[in-house]
Design a protein. Structure first.
Length: 326
């Protein structure tokens, strides 16, 4: 009972040592004492509260000290199981153009900020279109479209994400002008294998598709998207493409109409009506199909933000000007 007496003395409650001894209260039963038990021992309210707090502290210490033993006897929790599956996936590789040159002339902290901003830009852009950022590799990013969530238009989403990424990276505020290049390939892969361990563990992908996407990215010019034939066949006529002759297709983005029918002022007016992050097309069309076209756009969830009539004389003058330059 001396241990109890010493403990009570440390708490300034040594006057209760005799009562604890008479009732055979030792450290083996101390953690089980309740307020009513202490009241039965004749301990006043304030001291009961002090004792209960001290007992709670003892319980906490006892639990901490017992953890190594528990860890030795408790079965190890089961590790996450591989859930690899066969999927058709559109794989995107994107990297920051000229990062090696930047590292040679920039302070590492400044370069880190640029790469971090680039990675955030990629993540936000691809997630808006349903992509999954699988891995960051320095200034490169590996993205899946079709895993873990699949869509019927994953190939189209990947291409649109690539084009949106070019625009978003070019608009980043940085000490230097930034550019990116993108490679996309589509095909059957085995995806979802757990690779690595601990914090480095990730869901890997196996197949020719990611290798092809990486090769296409390496041959892409700055601010271009290069895709494999496997991706192109899923797109139909949604984009204007240039055949590279080596199994890749390069996307070209209209910068304006060379005929003069659409002026810079027209393009600027249309751009001012767009929300950030959206895309648009300026079309010159014949009135016989204007109304059906507008109805189809609305049915598909699109919105006509501007329209107007081009005078016949303006069209003829533009055609004459085009003919005279050929």
């Amino acid at each position: 009972m001396q241990q109890i007496a010493d403990w009570l003395k440390k708490l300034g409650l040594s006057e209760y040592a005799q009562r604890f001894a008479e009732n055979h209260v030792d450290f083996s039963v101390l953690p089980e004492l309740t307020d009513q038990d202490l009241k039965d021992l004749g301990i006043v309210l304030g001291d009961r509260r002090k004792l209960l707090r001290a007992i709670a502290d003892l319980n906490g210490i006892e639990k901490i000290q017992s953890k190594p033993t528990e860890a030795a006897t408790t079965p190890v929790a089961p590790q996450p199981q591989d859930s690899a599956e066969r999927r058709q996936v559109s794989v995107m590789f994107a990297d920051l153009v000229g990062s090696t040159a930047l590292s040679a002339r920039m302070d590492p902290e400044d370069l880190r900020e640029i790469i971090s901003a680039y990675q955030r830009c990629v993540t936000e852009t691809v997630r808006r279109l349903g992509g999954f950022v699988a891995k960051y590799m320095g200034d490169g990013v590996l993205v899946y479209f079709g895993y873990p969530q699949a869509h019927e238009d994953d190939a189209e989403r990947a291409v649109r994400a690539g084009l949106a990424l070019i625009a978003a990276v070019s608009a980043l505020k940085a000490p230097v002008s930034l550019q990116t290049r993108v490679g996309i390939a589509t095909g059957l892969v085995v995806v979802g294998d757990l690779i690595g361990s601990g914090e480095a563990q990730e869901r890997g992908i196996v197949g020719e598709t990611p290798n092809l996407a990486a090769r296409l990215q390496s041959i892409a010019e700055p601010n271009t998207v290069v895709m494999a034939e496997s991706t192109r066949t899923l797109l139909g006529n949604l984009f204007e493409l240039e055949d590279l002759g080596d199994g890749g297709m390069e996307l070209s983005v209209f910068e304006g109409a060379s005929s003069g029918l659409i002026s810079d002022e027209d393009i600027g007016e249309a751009a001012s009506a767009l929300e950030p992050g959206t895309s648009a097309a300026l079309l010159v069309f014949e009135n016989t199909w204007a109304a059906p076209f507008a109805a189809a756009v609305r049915r598909s969830g699109g919105q006509l933000v501007a329209s107007g009539r081009i005078p016949v004389q303006g069209i003829l003058a533009a055609l004459d000007a085009t003919d005279s330059t050929n």
